[in-house]
Design a protein around this ligand. Structure first.
Ligand SMILES: [Zn+2]
Ligand SMILES: [Zn+2]
Length: 340
């Protein structure tokens, strides 16, 4: 079978590898679609080193093989398997930081989601990491379960109900956060984005105004729109480090900045730290999600509350994976999906 694999940081290949078999407690899924995520691109570039270099975690498909002892999952079932699952028992899990569980990143889809078939480890299967897809949810939309879950968790980590917000960076993650904010009644949701294609999508999905940070002073503009006070909440949905400083300055005194995008490694934040105290600005990072959020994400997608289908701008076959990576780096791409 074909699989797009990383051979060390930055070295990508579409290889011919054996089809995996399901060992005890495991399942094997025949991939039908897998979203190409910004973090995959960073792993391919070699700039994302916090996680193992396995690519493809927004994968969905049909169960092709069921290992001994697996209960409640049958061959032929349409599923979304979460690539990481926490233990639920350690201090991080009990303390409300399940994605910081030392076991969370201990397992992964094998050899990754960009493969014709992939194995889901026993750890993930046993702990409720495999969700059944209702017939109403097609595979394309189901690839958004994981990214939407990450956006849900990020918003949940922001204290209090915001009335106004800005989303910095309206790539797929920003567009999902934007829709969740609108669903929660936040008005206005402002945005900043350099890509015209992504800015257009943000407007279509409910952003009141989208500024281009290359030609406009986003902080001054956000303050102007909020009578000089600043917004309650800023969501940084880009890895571009200067956007974090903009977010700190765009929120009101007492406001919150949520870091949803993984900042480019090795960057430096240019903010006077006294601002955090004198203006009581909270910085809240959010990393990944768990089955709690993936279940909610699936329900929102199934009920049509979040438009995920219109985010897909490009589709590629697995054999053309390298071309998909090149296109996904371009400004006109919103979300690229890979199919077998
Ligand atoms: Zn992702
Ligand atoms: Zn744990």
């Amino acid at each position: 079978m074909k699989a797009a694999l990383l051979h060390g940081a930055g070295r990508l290949g579409v290889d011919e590898v054996p089809v995996p078999a399901a060992g005890p407690g495991e399942i094997v899924v025949e991939m039908r679609a897998c979203g190409l995520c910004g973090s995959d691109l960073e792993k391919i570039r070699g700039t994302y080193t916090a996680a193992p270099p396995v690519i493809g975690h927004e994968a969905v498909g049909v169960v092709a093989d069921v290992g001994k002892g697996v209960e409640g999952i049958r061959r032929g079932a349409r599923v979304f398997p979460h690539h990481h699952v926490p233990c639920g028992r350690c201090s991080a899990c009990r303390g409300g930081s399940p994605t910081m569980c030392p076991r969370y990143r201990g397992t992964n889809l094998e050899p990754g989601g960009f493969a014709e078939h992939f194995r889901v480890p026993r750890w993930n299967v046993e702990r409720g990491g495999v969700l059944r897809l209702p017939t109403a949810v097609d595979f394309e939309r189901a690839t958004f379960i994981e990214p939407l879950a990450c956006a849900i968790r990020a918003l949940d980590r922001a204290p209090r109900r915001p009335r106004s917000a800005i989303v910095l960076g309206t790539g797929p993650m920003g567009l999902l956060a934007l829709q969740l904010l609108r669903l929660r009644g936040v008005d206005p949701v402002l945005a900043s984005e350099v890509s015209r294609a992504r800015a257009g999508k943000a407007r279509a999905l409910g952003a009141a105004i989208v500024w281009n940070p290359r030609s406009e002073d986003v902080v001054a503009a956000a303050r102007r729109e909020t009578d000089g006070a600043g917004v309650d909440l800023a969501i940084v949905a880009t890895g571009h480090v200067p956007a974090i400083a903009q977010a700190v300055h765009a929120v009101r005194a007492g406001g919150t900045v949520v870091l949803l995008g993984v900042p480019e490694a090795g960057g430096r934040l240019d903010v006077d730290p006294s601002e955090f105290v004198t203006r009581e600005v909270s910085l809240v990072p959010s990393n990944a999600a768990t089955e709690t959020e993936t279940r909610r994400a699936l329900a929102l997608i199934a009920r049509g509350r979040v438009d995920v289908a219109s985010l897909v701008s490009h589709r590629f076959r697995l054999a053309a994976f390298e071309e998909a990576v090149r296109v996904a780096e371009r400004a006109e791409c919103v979300k690229a999906l890979i199919t077998p």
